[in-house]
Design a protein around this ligand. Sequence first.
Ligand code: DQA
Length: 144
Amino acid sequence: MRVLVLHGPNLNLLGERDPEVYGRQTLDELNETIAREASAAGAEVCCEQYNGEGQIVDALHAARKTYAGVVLNPGAYAHYSYAIADAVAAIGIPVVEVHLSNIAGRETFRRTSVTAAACRGVVSGLGATGYRLALRALIEILGA
Ligand code: DQA
């Protein structure tokens, strides 16, 4: 089973960007954690990161042909990108949304996720553990 983990804008700066909010782990280190979890669960994972909204839409479109499901951290696009929400709804494979920080407890503009409605579920506020849980949930949804 092949699963895509898609990181959105500014997540390439993990480790140096607001470490008190997002932690000190770099994106490469986070991806290693995710890869270990995937291999323990018997899944094959590929991790990609894009800053552009259109790049994320394109990656979601491409994923429908290649992957069984997607773990998606849309970054700030979660709060206003109907294009990404539409892409999630259009691709016909399960997508689980994840946020490192607890978006429900932050600034008002972060408390809404327009992409979440199109996703199977959301894990928020659990840091890297949230990605591991989202991956596990996705694998269970996919029936492996
Ligand atoms: C984030 C939360 C967003 O509000 C923020 O813009 C991000 C990261 C998170 O993982 O907590 O870039 O998606």
